[in-house]
Design a protein around this ligand. Structure first.
Ligand code: ZN
Length: 279
């Protein structure tokens, strides 16, 4: 099946009672595992890579692998660059066929974030790709209290209008890099953002957010949900168990065990997101 933008994936089932899952897939095993979940659930899906992934493989190699796997899949797939902080990175991704890019200008001043995101939108329009921007800061693990900034409604509304982004990542109290789903998020803030912002909202750091809070967030305007850390943690847990029980387990078998753990969790997430059967 051909590669789609995220806007296309959401348009394929216009009802607003579901969200599309973004599964960060840092290598071929993770990509295959995420797609296996999407195919089993008949769900559209986003395969994403980011700075963590490019520590191990070039963006070009990752893009080629995602493109081929997406074309082989019988469900709609978007391939997305997560958290690009430089325009050069966005250019590189568009040149190698990504159908969607996120520009994360959350560390910049509001004015600089608007200016750079506008440039990204112009570049992506030429390439036929969708764009996600960010207003507010979803903190990285170990962030200092001053770096945690919930999204300001006025700024987010202005940002969406000035930049023309297709999706907007907002900060609602989730944190990147959590291995256990224990956080609730600021549903009252989300409710107001959902009413004020004309584009679909994105929840980052969803590994740390409870299923119940995620379900509520979808009713208030979150249409894309990013999962990264929980997938890695699920794989490591199962691989550790396998190696503890049988230390001479073959590498390929160990990786397959990790992949199957990712598929199992991704299936669960797709069901929580209401994404099953939307393809
Ligand atoms: Zn993120």
């Amino acid at each position: 099946m051909s590669i789609r933008t995220i806007t296309d994936l959401l348009a394929s089932s216009p009802a607003k009672d579901w969200a599309v899952g973004q599964f960060n897939s840092h290598n071929l095993v993770m990509m295959g595992a995420a797609l296996a979940a999407a195919r089993a659930e008949r769900a559209p899906v986003i395969l994403a890579v980011g700075y963590q992934s490019t520590k191990y493989f070039s963006l070009q190699a990752l893009a080629a692998a995602m493109r081929v796997l997406a074309e082989e899949a019988d469900v709609p797939v978007a391939i997305h660059l997560d958290h690009a902080r430089e325009l050069e990175r966005v250019r590189e991704a568009l040149d190698c066929g990504f159908s969607s890019v996120m520009f994360d200008g959350s560390a910049l001043s509001f004015e600089d974030n608007v200016a750079k995101t506008r440039q990204v939108v112009a570049m992506a329009r030429d390439a036929g790709a969708s764009v996600e921007g960010e207003v507010g800061v979803v903190p990285q693990p170990g962030a200092k209290p001053g770096e945690i900034g919930l999204t300001d409604i006025g700024q987010a509304t202005e940002f969406a209008g000035l930049t023309g982004v297709d999706l907007l990542a907002v900060s609602l109290g989730s944190v990147h890099g959590m291995t256990e789903a224990s956080l609730a998020i600021d549903q009252a803030l989300l409710e107001k953002l959902g009413q004020a912002i004309p584009v679909p909202l994105v929840l980052h750091g969803a590994s740390g957010v409870t299923d119940e809070a995620v379900r509520q967030a979808i009713t208030k305007g979150v249409r894309k949900i990013n999962v990264n850390t929980a997938l890695k943690a699920a794989a490591v847990r199962k691989m550790r168990e396998a190696l503890t029980a049988r230390p001479d387990t073959d590498l390929l078998e160990v990786m397959d065990i990790g992949g199957r753990a990712i598929t199992e969790l991704a299936v669960h997430k797709l069901r929580v997101f209401g994404a099953s059967g939307r393809a």
